[in-house]
Each structure stands twice: as structure tokens, then as C-alpha cells.
Write a protein that binds this ligand. Sequence first.
Ligand code: ATP
Length: 306
Amino acid sequence: MPIVEVTDLYKSYGDRTVVDGVGFDVGDGEIFGILGPNGAGKTTTVECVSGLRVPDRGTVRVAGLDPVADHRAVTEILGTQLQQSALQPKLTVREALGLYASFYPDPADGMALAERLGLAPVFGTRFAKLSGGQQQRLFIALALIGRPRVVVLDELTTGLDPRGRRETWSLIEEVRDSGVTVLLVTHFMEEAQRLCDRVAVFDAGAIKALGSPTELVGRSASAVVVSFRPTGGVLDRSEFEALPGASAVRGDGERIVIEGSDDTVDAALSLLARRGLSAERLRVTDATLDDAFLDITSSEPGHAGS
Ligand SMILES: Nc1ncnc2c1ncn2[C@@H]1O[C@H](COP(=O)(O)OP(=O)(O)OP(=O)(O)O)[C@@H](O)[C@H]1O
């Protein structure tokens, strides 16, 4: 059962259409990722889901409710990560949780939430004095204080160091495991690959691909990347480019890097063997969501039709 349903959504700012016919469903309990280049319309779309923006056209439903017409009811089941500027720097963690708890009829226990999110040691600390990672944890706590069924997290781990990012990922998994549906806007492919059940790749206001990270990587032109240092002779790059399924060939110092399929790897090794060459430091890796993202999205900055 979808808990979030977006159908044929359009939104313009002035005469610029920035969301241009977007549709997707998010299943109850899913972590659903929204990826895309800068300006692709991701934030505008999740703002329409949260009821913070009014769509020009199309429908949005959260648990069957219209986020604009049924705004109050939707805010009781949907938690949104605040932007940093929305929080008073002088508020302590305790005060911020108490204030936001007062907005809801049946809020979660702020102290318990703070403990679960590792904020107990800074319960009395002002927002401005928290580290970036602690601020992010507080934003998660505030998004969860109303016991939402759905949380919208927009670029949650931007600005965090690698450890902070990984800790936040674990938190998001815990949130999902507690039954909450997560809508996650992110620029980090590793984050999407690790966390998301499905992702929608936005580009210029439209969804260009939708599926599990594994499906999207599988659909991309290059599924495998093989690299090696040919020794015992010289081969022209064009011979590698002619291999079946080779989608890109690069020289990396003395190494050759070929993107393609499993067949490309077999053919490359056969070619070397036929010429009496060997492949030193041979490495075969799976293509990642990064590779798929670059295949799916255009290199132009996102501009939908005006
Ligand atoms: N309030 C606004 N008024 C006018 N234009 C806006 C407004 N908000 C966003 N835009 C423009 O709409 C386009 C889409 O913005 P949006 O924030 O939805 O994209 P995004 O995919 O979230 O981008 P990013 O990855 O950079 O956060 C951008 O070109 C942006 O400049």
C-alpha cells in the first residue's frame, strides 16, 4: 500500500516550470530516495508532499490526505527535517524538543528520543554550540517528535564528516525499522545505495529513472569496470574500444580502464591472451549508482521547459 502518492505534479516559479509532470508512489515502510542534479526540482517536490508548497497541477496524497487541504491532519503524520535557519541558536536541545512536542497531540518522549539519538549528553546545550553531527541528530529528533508515519529528510548528511554520515545512516535505518516511511533527498550515491529501497532520479523537473539502486545500476550502460596494466607488448586503445559492450575506455597512466559488461571483461582477457600479453594488477569492480546516475542525468544544469 502506498503511503505517499504523487500524480502528474507540476510547479512553476514565475514562467519557469521546475516540476514538470512528476509521479511516484512510496510504499509504507520504504526508504525512498530522491536523487538528481542541482535545480532538478527535488526540494520543490518534497515541499509539495509536505504541504509547504501548493502544486500548480496534479495530486499529492499522504495516507490518503491532501497536504494542502488537510494540512493540519498531514502535519500530525508527516515529520519534516527543518532547515538550520528555522531553529533559534539559543534554544537548548531540551527546549527545542519541548517546544516541538507542544505542537502535537501525542508526542514522543523527548528525553527518550534524545537518548536513542545520542543527544542525552548535550540535552542542556544550546543549538549554536552543537557539532554539525549533533545538529543533524536534533533535526532527526524534531522530525520524529510527533510520532510521524512519514519523515521527509532533505540533504540530511550534507556537511557531515564520513563518520557522522555513517552514524546518521544507521539512525535512518533504525527509524525505518521502527515502522516509519522515509523520503530522503540526497546527493550522495553511496548513501542512496546503502539506504534506499527505491530511488527516483530527477532531471530538469522530471523523473528519468525509478527503481531499486541495484536495478538502476543493472540498467546502466556499464555494469562492470575492469582495469589492468598490459605487460609484454603494446595494444592500441582502439582495440579495446572495439570490444563487445565496451562503453568507455580510459588510459590511467600505464593502466587501461574499460567500462562495459561481463562479456567485455572476457573479451579483453581473450584479446590479451591472443597477443601473448598479460594483465598485471587486474581489477574488476561492479559499476556503482554513481555510474548509473551519470548515465541517466544530462550534463547540463537542470532546466525544465518554461
Ligand atoms: N521560491 C523560489 N522562487 C523561484 N525559484 C525557485 C524557488 N525555489 C526554487 N527555485 C528554483 O527552482 C529550481 C528547482 O529548485 P529545487 O530546490 O526544487 O531543486 P533541487 O533539485 O532541490 O536542487 P538542489 O539539489 O540544488 O537543492 C531551481 O532552479 C531553483 O533555483
